[in-house]
Design a binder for this molecule. Structure first.
Ligand code: ARG
Length: 597
């Protein structure tokens, strides 16, 4: 449906026309002096030059010309503003239409697109850490927003499952259990179905192996002979794996099944879910033919032994180095897999748009990949490639978030810390069954983490502050959920009191009621911005405003004690819409509200 500003602007257009003025600037905007009026129009100021007239004169003429059911209290104010309010009945009518429409009448995408969202991006066999948290949280929200707007969306986790970490694990495993059949070249039987390690062993194997490749002599710089040899062995193992060694491939399958099961569990607790569980390994067979094509078409050429494609542009202000396709030893790189993945996505799904949600430090990588893909025809003409680069999640010291002893914080531990903090708060507030409190702290804890992240513009670094994020006051997830729970509880009580099911809005009577009604009508404009800019933080800012305005309304009106039945029902109706709008928004952010708190 039309948003409220469009409706008001149409009314202004009629008045400008009637007064004999160009209507180009007859636009309503939300007032930046809400103490004076709800809306304003600055059109008279913009027209002054053209008509060689004082803006206040124009404003006054428009004011005299206005005949509108929507616009009231119109004033022309020096130097030429038009200040006005919306008619209370019309506002109530608009809200009622919103409530009756599907998804509150939000206008969806007319040119429905096929979109792939590449997010999550964990590296198999390495524990999920907070660095992957942002990609998961932001990506999930962007996916939900795009899907809500009617697009056909695929979320792809794009696992890092083909790199050196696999060779490291194989090397360490061989050292520990050399008798396993995977290492016996003469073994021709069936390999065991059971993996030779558990997830916790696997998570210990990788860091141990990785540390062994970094051991230095007493000078702290030169790698030890053992480290050099270990790394060489790991590289050889990686090479053998990538070239189809049967035993290594079987170990790789074990690593994958053990890790993926664990990843699925972790993402589930985050309420993040993927449609595709593809990874770098899935495109290995596509690399050679792709490289061949790039060579044949003359895009890829040899430079210092490596194979590269030029992607610099004359307009570049910063150097964009050539995109490397193969290293001098013939090995494929991160760029190569990303290009081949784009090609594969095209053949499977043929997307109109691919959106990557990755650490902003990878921006140059994606600039190179996007340009190379466009230049070499890996993607079809006109396909959109977007990079949402996010900033770092820092600790209170302003440095990347670590555990207390300086280690890499595991995602599970971080969530657990938050949930424990929530549990303390919830059980401290009132008597509650511990099981129920635990369940609630999980829901609220997740909202605390997600909202804490999403309420910041993605590109910015932010400070992960448990005390702040778990607070029930201020711009936090728990505050938003608390507001929803408060509404739910009033609605339940109203029902218990025998209140009607069918409630109807009356024109708002009090200031806070008006303010809340008005705030709710801003949903449409906000949503279209959040979608165009792929900016979940806009949704957060909006629901924070809604929650604040609602809470003022709540404190100023005795909803359940209201004696005028019709007025009470109107309050209840307003509550229902507020709840629905908040719930829709938090769902797009990727969390939900409990029944109690
Ligand atoms: N696995 C990568 C990392 O941890 C992130 C993958 C992002 N997606 C992509 N298509 N490159 O850095």
């Amino acid at each position: 449906m039309k948003n409220i500003l469009e409706i008001l602007s149409e009314e202004l257009v009629k008045a400008f026309e009637k007064a004999g003025y160009d209507t180009e600037f007859a636009k309503a905007s939300v007032s930046n002096r809400p103490d004076l009026c709800q809306f304003q129009c600055n059109g008279a100021m913009a027209l002054a030059k053209k008509y060689k007239k004082a803006p206040i004169m124009i404003a006054n003429e428009v004011k005299d010309a206005i005949v509108s059911e929507y616009i009231c209290d119109l004033e022309a104010v020096a130097p030429g503003f038009l200040n006005f309010n919306i008619n209370g009945e019309k506002l109530a009518e608009y809200l009622a239409d919103m409530a009756a429409a599907e998804d509150y009448g939000i206008n969806k995408e007319k040119n429905k697109k096929k979109i792939v969202i590449d997010y999550g991006g964990p590296n198999v066999a390495k524990p999920l850490h907070v660095g992957h948290l942002r990609s998961a949280i932001i990506g999930e929200s962007v996916k939900r927003i795009c899907r809500f707007m009617n697009n056909e969306v695929i979320g792809d986790i794009h696992l890092g499952d083909w790199g050196l970490q696999m060779g490291l694990i194989i090397t360490e495993l061989k050292l520990r259990q050399p008798d396993l059949p995977y290492f016996d070249d003469n073994f021709t039987g069936e390999y065991p179905e059971e993996a030779p390690f558990t997830i916790s062993e696997l998570e210990e194997i990788y860091p141990t192996a990785s540390k062994k490749t970094k051991e230095t002599e007493a000078d702290g710089k030169t790698l030890t002979q053992a480290a050099v040899e270990y790394k060489a062995a790991a590289m050889e193992a990686t090479f053998k794996l990538q070239n189809g060694d049967r035993g290594y491939r079987a170990i790789w399958n074990h690593i994958m099944s053990v890790s993926v099961a664990d990843l699925k569990k972790n993402y589930k607790t985050l309420n993040v879910d993927f449609d595709w569980w593809k990874g770098e390994s899935d495109v290995q067979d596509d690399i050679a033919p792709m490289v061949e094509e790039m060579k044949k078409a003359g895009f890829a050429y040899e430079s210092e032994g490596a194979l590269v494609v030029d992607v610099a542009r004359e307009t570049d202000t910063k150097e964009v180095p050539p995109c490397m396709i193969l290293k001098s030893d013939g090995a494929a790189l991160y760029t190569t897999t990303d290009l081949a993945t784009l090609k594969q996505r095209r053949s499977i799904f043929d997307p109109d748009r691919v959106i990557y949600v990755v650490d902003k430090r990878q921006e140059m990588h994606f600039t190179q990949v996007f340009r190379c893909a466009e230049k070499t025809g890996v993607v079809k003409d006109g396909m959109e490639l977007d990079f949402i680069g996010f900033g770092t999640m820092n600790g209170k010291d302003g440095k990347p978030f670590k555990t207390r002893d300086g280690g890499v914080m595991r995602l599970e531990h971080l969530l657990k810390d938050i949930q424990e903090e929530m549990f303390k708060k919830i059980t401290g507030n009132h008597d509650i069954d511990p099981d129920e409190a635990k369940e609630i702290s999980e829901i609220v804890g997740l909202a605390a983490v997600k909202y804490g992240d999403l309420s910041n513009q993605a590109t910015k670094d932010y400070i992960f502050d448990i005390d702040k994020f778990t607070s029930f006051e201020g711009n936090t997830g728990p505050y938003i959920l608390y507001t929803i729970v408060r509404i739910k509880s009033i609605l339940n009580k109203f029902k218990e009191m025998g209140g009607a099911d069918n409630t109807k809005l009356l024109p708002a009577a009090t200031a806070t009621e008006k303010a809340l009604s008005l705030e709710l009508t801003k949903l449409h404009t906000m949503m279209s911005q959040a979608y165009t800019e792929l900016a979940p933080h806009k949704i957060c800012a909006y629901i924070y405003d809604v929650a604040n305005v609602f809470n003022s309304f709540y404190h100023e009106n005795k909803i359940l004690k209201e004696e005028d039945k019709a007025r009470q029902e109107s309050f209840i109706e307003l509550l229902k819409i507020t709840k629905g709008v908040l719930e829709l928004c938090i769902d797009l952010l990727g969390f939900s509200a409990p029944e109690h708190m």
